[in-house]
Design a protein around this ligand. Structure first.
Ligand SMILES: *Cc1c(COP(=O)(O)O)cnc(C)c1O
Length: 363
């Protein structure tokens, strides 16, 4: 039987490989593979989700009105200029489909978040990567890679998996150097963790430059990865396009309820940020003291680069950690074949991880 022909490029896609969560024969897993919030979600958000289950037979509010109001209130943004999605992943996909097609290019830094490339390929769009400067996005290299086919530039700021960021001044220089009609997408999935006074998640640039959008997610500091909620702040013309293209009920009712409560729970978010501040520097200090090579991270994870001599490789380290029940994330798919990304978990989990790497390095 002949199969219906699949659109060109689809069968070249390699399905996204999510962080693993089980190890055979290990009961107590330390899962540090997906940058999930260390403290889980706000208990009030979980309660809202449970309560929403009573109305599971009702369709959700397709416009996410209450959630957009809660986000607008928290961040001082006009709810009319927000669109929510099933994770910011969905919004990335919608932006690619709306603004690029076969023959067009989307551009991003070499070690960018993988979904930019995957959604481009899925839409028949050519992905283009500009080299980075020591694992930091390079504004000049990005601008040098812009051509007449470039439709969108994706910048995760801070970036996953490197954990590095660009200052507000650098992001502005990037925007100024781009042709006006190239959409600049600032993906600020880790914005809440950043404690740098030269950093800006992007809302101000959205206001001052017509073709700039900011993406945010509930999957990281809000600990709601399983609920699948993200949002974008964008100019009215982009909001209009996304509302035409998205599916009418793209965010589940229980997820909307949980997210609206989570974003208002400032005490919980503050606690999660303080937790990360402490354990990020604790972990980085200890791993550096073992002689390991760490990239400076402002997110809720660290990128560790291993040596290539036998017994010391990233493969060896990953296998050793797994033997101790610790799951980190090898970064080969991100063009970082010698690196492992380790999420900041609970204090107990970071002790387990550092103890294992101490043993591994013989430190
Ligand atoms: C985790 C992550 C996202 C998004 O996740 P969703 O769960 O789809 O909201 C987006 N961008 C970056 C850079 C991320 O690391």
């Amino acid at each position: 039987m002949t199969q219906p022909p699949v659109r060109p490029g689809i069968l070249d896609l390699k399905p996204y490989v999510a962080g693993e969560s089980t190890l055979e024969g290990v009961e107590h897993i330390v899962k540090l593979s997906s940058n999930e919030g260390a403290l889980g979600a706000s208990p009030h958000a979980v309660e809202a989700m449970r309560a929403a289950a009573m109305d599971a037979h009702r369709y959700p509010d397709g416009g996410c009105v209450a959630l957009r109001e809660a986000i607008g209130h928290r961040h001082g943004l006009d709810p009319a200029r927000l669109v929510c999605g099933a994770g910011s992943d969905e919004l990335i996909s919608l932006l690619v489909r709306a603004y690029a097609g076969p023959g067009d290019e989307v551009l991003f830094p070499a070690h960018a978040f993988l979904m930019y490339r995957l959604y481009a390929q899925g839409a028949g769009v050519t992905p283009a990567a500009a080299p980075e400067n020591n694992k930091v996005a390079d504004v000049d290299a990005l601008l040098a890679h812009v051509n007449e086919r470039t439709r969108i530039l994706f910048l995760a700021n801070p970036n996953n998996p490197t954990g590095t960021y660009l200052s507000d001044a650098e992001v502005r220089r990037l925007r100024e150097g781009l042709p006006d009609d190239v959409l600049l997408v600032l993906d600020a999935a880790y914005a809440e963790y950043v404690d740098k006074n030269d950093y800006e998640p992007g809302a101000a640039l959205v206001d001052s430059h017509p073709n700039t959008v900011m993406l945010r997610t509930f999957s990281k500091i809000h600990g709601l990865g399983g609920a699948r909620v993200g949002w974008t702040y964008a100019p009215a013309h982009v909001i209009d396009v996304l509302n035409r293209l998205r599916s009418p009920f793209n965010v589940a009712a229980a997820s909307q309820a949980a997210a609206a409560v989570a974003i208002a729970d400032v005490a919980f978010t503050d606690m999660a940020r303080q937790h990360n501040d402490y354990w990020l520097s604790w972990t980085a200090e200890r791993l550096r003291a073992l002689g390991l090579d760490l990239t400076d991270s402002v997110g809720n994870f660290v990128l560790v680069t291993f040596q290539t001599e036998p017994g010391r490789t990233v493969h060896d380290a990953d296998a050793f950690l797994r033997g101790k029940g610790v799951i980190a994330r090898p970064m080969g798919a991100y063009g970082l074949p010698d690196s492992l990304r380790i999420t900041i978990g609970t204090g107990e989990e970071m002790h387990a991880c550092v103890d294992a790497l101490t043993e591994f390095t013989g430190g």
